[in-house]
Design a protein around this ligand. Structure first.
Ligand code: HEM
Length: 159
């Protein structure tokens, strides 16, 4: 059995992050959201545990109500590579692989699995960049018959 590489290359993500984002897609109204993310490193384990929660923001009448949430795991996938798995309450599970260059992650799904009632999501891409205590990300997806394109963009700060 091969030993997983140490988690050190991803340790820059560890902490509790919060901030704001915007969401767009051709089939929906634009929206603003606030977000809290945690990356936790269980001692001695070669992975990070990831949790995320969001709330509607801006001047929308439902501002403050819960929006999307998700959770998963990140791990190193060899030199310059990372892997992640994520599950969503909307019946979607994602398996990611991609490049880890310093504090820059480019993850693309190799598999998106869906329950029978989930929306048709066929590709997801996460671009996550950290500079000091600032984390920016973009999430792109191909879904509901639309080509792969931007769905989310956010800026979080480490608390
Ligand atoms: C910060 C995280 C996220 C937030 C705040 C968010 C928010 C939203 C909102 C507000 C809508 C519009 C819902 C409506 O009008 O009924 C939406 C639609 C959608 N989102 Fe997200 N989303 C997030 C992450 C994701 C992720 C990770 C995926 C897929 C992997 C995803 C896939 C979709 C799809 C497929 C739709 C429906 C588009 C349609 O039916 O036309 N979202 N999202």
């Amino acid at each position: 059995m091969t030993t997983q590489p140490d988690i050190a290359p991803l340790s820059y993500l560890i902490g509790r992050w919060s901030g704001d984002g915007i969401g767009i897609y051709p089939t929906i109204d634009d929206f603003a959201y606030s977000e809290e993310v945690t990356f936790v490193a269980p001692p001695g384990k070669p992975f990070l545990k990831y949790t995320q929660m969001t709330w509607r923001a801006g001047d929308h009448p439902d501002a403050g109500t819960a929006l999307h949430t998700e959770s998963g795991f990140f791990r190193v996938g060899g030199a310059g590579r990372a892997e992640a798995t994520m599950a969503q309450p909307t019946g979607i599970v994602e398996v990611y692989e991609g490049a880890l260059d310093g504090q820059s992650l480019r993850l693309e799904t190799t598999t998106v699995a869906r329950t029978s009632t989930a929306k048709e999501v066929v590709s997801v891409e996460r671009r996550i960049d950290v500079e000091g205590d600032a984390l920016t990300y973009e999430m792109w997806m191909g879904a509901v018959g639309q080509p792969h394109q931007l769905h989310l963009k956010a800026l979080l700060h480490r608390e």
